[in-house]
Write a protein that binds this ligand. Sequence first.
Ligand code: GNR
Ligand code: NI
Length: 167
Amino acid sequence: MAILKILQYPDDRLHKVATSVKQVTDSSRKLIKDMAETMYAAPGIGLAATQVDQHLRIIIVDTSEENNNLMVFINPEIISFSGESDCEEGCLSVPGIYEKVRRAERITVKALNLKGDPFSMDAEGLLAVCIQHEMDHLLGKVFVEYLSPLKQTRIRAKIKKRVRETM
Ligand code: GNR
Ligand code: NI
């Protein structure tokens, strides 16, 4: 087990597009275990492989209160979207920044599980938001990119200032 380094925005590697997992193997399962340990330690409710500089289509989510309901999605695809929700989002790659983003309220996602078997699942509320947030990471997209250019400039300035102050 290992806690992995989470890339921090702005970092060009957060914009890489992840590739599909060809076969779910022990090495995929090892990465997922390390991702889970990293997510729980952070703590966060989701993590995409992109954030730990592994550009494979793997996301994990746990929105349970007790942190005992790990969900793993390998090669996830959203096959239906409905409704709209505006949820205040945060990101382990953009610490301390929370902003509202509009997403679908309900989705159906299909993916492979840890055994490499396909499944599909309906999600709504925070779980649906989190899955959409994680899937954006796989496409190289960070939630702040939904915000106005002015807000993005302010966020980058805030991060630069914080980096200066902690040197
Ligand atoms: O921990 C996280 N919280 C969160 C809150 C609202 C919407 C999305 C998220 S995901 C985030 C962890 C993370 O950065 N995943 O990529
Ligand atoms: Ni994130």
